[in-house]
Design a protein around this ligand. Structure first.
Ligand SMILES: *Cc1c(COP(=O)(O)O)cnc(C)c1O
Ligand SMILES: [Zn+2]
Length: 389
């Protein structure tokens, strides 16, 4: 297999950069860089039907992945997660064609495995040996695991109220863990400072170009699992935003590959009532989101008061004709056991938030009962025992 990676493009000013040197954000404007591919070459060398014989993980889409040499791939079998029909939950909600994509079965029990498998693989390829990252929880666990597998050094900065499972898994994988008295944004400031002092490479969400490439494979998988058609609506629990923007990047690429027709799903962002910067900016018609003050929610993955990819999320929500809704912690806690008891999938609070959000979208007639709707369960409930018991 051969990657068709060409270079990096700034998503804001359009400048291009080499993808063969370490780089984080755009040196000119400070915004997010995306890997770009020769999709015509990818179309010629990869036929959709030949995917069937490839390994059931996200690297099956190697032509549109950013690692040039296959031997640099650091994998624990991430991706190609099941897409389940959720008929019992669908009946409860009044939706005829409801599906759950279960990211809880990924290595390290969350979809963060995808992003960190991609970022750590590329870091290895570029000869970067020491990585740093602030994390609300699951990203830190995934970085620690993939860095361990690659034999790289990892430094994780986590709010001290991060779920216990995350603190334990980071330490178990031998990463350097610093607990911070504050939010993910405070952990980010310390991570950046230490990175600058000690020559660590900071792999924060969307502050390096490759994590999003792991996340985008959720979009490729959805298309493949649905027979190269796409659903009508996707509801996504939103924090730093790589999930939402990854889906949107995948749909753009799939269209250019000629693998799907022009109809893209509407994307909906679910955020917590007390941490909803993207929902607020979406309804205000803003290009960027103001940082949220006093961010609070039991869903640690959604406890992100400001994100560098805000404009990308807002663009994706608007271009897709989607939307953004908030849910309360009470609703989240009510929907965890409800979804789990109806479908047998022990969902995380963030996953439960998408079910709560769907009830609101149905009430507001933003989603109609006959549409094909996807809920993302981004992690396993097993990582949140402290919040759920
Ligand atoms: C990180 C995380 C999220 C938020 O995802 P983004 O793509 O960063 O917006 C949602 N759910 C879980 C379980 C997470 O770990
Ligand atoms: Zn730029």
């Amino acid at each position: 297999m051969k990657s068709c990676l060409v270079d990096l493009e700034c998503t804001y000013c359009g400048r291009r950069y080499s993808a063969d040197r370490p780089i984080r954000t755009c040196p000119e404007c400070g915004k997010v860089l995306y890997p770009r591919y020769d999709l015509d070459a990818a179309r010629r060398s990869l036929d959709r039907s030949s995917l069937a014989g490839r390994p059931p993980n996200m690297w099956r889409y190697f032509e549109v992945m950013p690692v040039r040499d296959e031997s640099n791939v650091v994998t624990l079998g991430e991706g190609f997660t099941p897409l389940f029909r959720a008929d019992r939950l669908g009946r409860e909600l009044g939706v005829a064609n409801l599906f759950i994509k279960d990211e809880g079965v990924n290595p390290t029990a969350s979809f963060k495995a995808r992003g960190l498998s991609a970022a750590v693989s590329k870091a290895k390829e570029l000869g970067i040996a020491r990585l740093a990252m602030p994390s609300a929880g699951n990203a830190g666990g995934a970085l620690a695991a993939y860095a361990a597998r690659a034999g790289l050094e990892a430094h994780v900065f986590m709010p001290k109220d991060a779920p216990e499972a995350n603190r334990v898994e980071v330490a178990a994988a031998g990463a350097n863990l610093t607990l911070v008295d504050g939010l993910i944004s405070d952990a980010g400031a310390i991570s950046r400072e230490r990175a600058a002092q000690h020559g660590l490479f900071d792999v924060s969400t969307l502050q390096e170009p490759y994590r999003v490439e792991g996340k985008k494979t959720m979009g490729y998988e959805l298309a493949e699992q649905m027979g190269w058609t796409l659903p009508d609506a996707i509801i996504y629990p939103t924090g730093g935003g790589t999930g939402i923007v990854g889906f949107w990047k995948a749909f753009e690429e799939l269209e250019q590959l000629g693998w799907t027709d022009g109809k893209r799903p509407r994307l909906y962002s679910a955020q917590a009532e007390n941490c909803a910067p993207i929902v607020r900016a979406f309804h205000d018609g803003a290009e960027f989101a103001e940082p949220w003050r006093n961010a609070r929610t039991i869903a640690a993955g959604m406890r992100v008061p400001s994100a560098i990819g805000d404009y990308l999320m807002l663009r994706a929500l608007r271009e897709s004709n989607g939307g953004a809704v908030t849910v309360t912690d009470e609703e989240i806690l009510r929907w965890v056991p409800k979804v789990t008891a109806l479908e047998g999938i022990f969902v995380c609070p963030e996953g439960a938030a998408t079910a709560a959000a769907l009830t609101k979208l149905l009430e507001a007639n933003e989603v109609s009962p006959s549409e094909r709707v996807i809920l993302l369960n981004t992690g396993s409930g097993l990582k949140y025992l402290d919040a759920l018991t």
